[in-house]
Ligand binder design. Structure first.
Ligand SMILES: *Cc1c(COP(=O)(O)O)cnc(C)c1O
Length: 337
């Protein structure tokens, strides 16, 4: 299904699936007989890992196939996508420029200098830091034009790497999950966070192409409200599906988005997020990040508590990475805000 696309390998193999036995015990009767699993997409060999690396296999692959020498992308100051782009480019021998804006109203030194920002510099990326009201993608295209006059050739990718080419990385993940079902049994639900939507869209396209129709795929919006997240996810999923399987179709009612965990907005902590991060850390020794995984897992716990998952169902949560964000939010974890 994916053989005809350019791909630069950044993962060393399938990521593991693990059962959350201790968390299941901790939730006890609340769980109503459902089983909980995690897909460890936080465990990858390059750059600290995370979901963006799957997209970057195809984005960097496309950049190299186009004969580019530079990769330019955009994001918030603590963008995991920017950090992993920097790492992937180091691996691929491309120069990397990241255009970062102030998408989150935080101004403490940890947020500005720690976490992903520290790593962007370590991986040798050129960092352009812009105020929040500047159009980052426009800046990126202008910068690409500037480089062109110097005889260079840049590949420009928007925030989160969520183009249909990037979403192919999560088609690959859907293939992997379906293969792993041979060992774990069929999953009834797959749950994940949704920011720029390429992860959800790629999985939706992949499961549609595999005709894996009984699986319910649901994401929790952390960037925008449920309606606009739904529209973007469906658009990217359809475009991606067209690239891999013209005979398959995807109904818009099969895209499930929950907007209840967004709180005051992107990157702004919620009490439910802190509780979810602490619970998973204390029961399983696993780290969720405060911007994405923490909010999505809070949504999963809320669904558990309202009995959304039937007895005997198997729920797979996709751990998308983002560990450096924990360090960027150090003051928030101290004070609970
Ligand atoms: C970007 C990101 C997401 C969201 O993925 P999208 O494809 O942008 O929806 C989730 N988790 C982490 C850690 C991320 O960095």
């Amino acid at each position: 299904m994916l053989d005809s696309f350019h791909r630069f390998r950044l993962l060393s193999g399938p990521t593991p699936i693990e059962r959350l036995t201790r968390l299941e015990q901790n939730l006890g009767d609340e769980l109503g007989g459902a089983r909980l699993f995690v897909k460890r997409d936080d465990l990858m060999s390059v750059g600290g890992g995370g979901n963006k690396l799957r997209k970057l296999e195809f984005l960097v692959g496309a950049a190299l196939a186009d004969g580019c020498d530079t990769f330019i992308t955009t994001g918030g100051l603590q963008s995991n996508h920017a950090r992993l782009s920097a790492a992937a480019c180091a691996r691929a021998g491309l120069s990397c420029e990241v255009v970062l804006t102030r998408a989150v109203p935080r101004d403490d030194v940890e947020y500005r200098r720690n976490g992903n920002v520290l790593l962007d510099n370590l991986f040798g990326a050129t960092v352009h830091e812009l105020p929040g009201d500047v159009d980052a993608i426009e800046f990126a295209h202008e910068r690409a034009g500037e480089l062109r006059t110097l005889g260079r050739n840049a590949y420009v990718v928007g925030s989160g790497g969520s183009s249909p080419i990037g979403a192919l990385g999560y088609v690959a993940c859907a293939l992997e999950i379906v293969e792993q079902e041979a060992e774990f049994g069929p999953f009834s639900d797959v749950v994940l966070p949704n920011g720029s939507s390429g992860t959800h869209a790629g999985l939706a396209a992949g499961f549609a192409a595999l005709r894996r129709d009984s699986l319910r795929l649901e994401s929790f919006a952390v960037w925008a409200d449920a309606a606009s997240t739904h529209a973007r996810t469906y658009d990217i999923a359809c475009e991606t599906l067209t690239m891999i399987d013209r005979a398959a179709d995807l109904d818009r009612t099969r895209i499930f988005i929950d907007g209840q965990e967004l709180g005051e907005g992107y990157g702004r902590p919620t009490e439910a997020m802190f509780q979810a991060v602490r619970l998973v850390a204390k029961t399983e020794g696993l780290i969720l990040d405060p911007v994405y995984g923490g909010k999505a897992f809070a949504g999963l716990l809320a669904a558990v508590r309202r009995g959304a998952y039937d007895a005997g169902s198997s729920v797979l949560f996709v751990m998308t990475g983002g560990l450096p964000g924990v360090f960027a939010y150090r003051p928030a974890f101290d004070d609970g805000d």
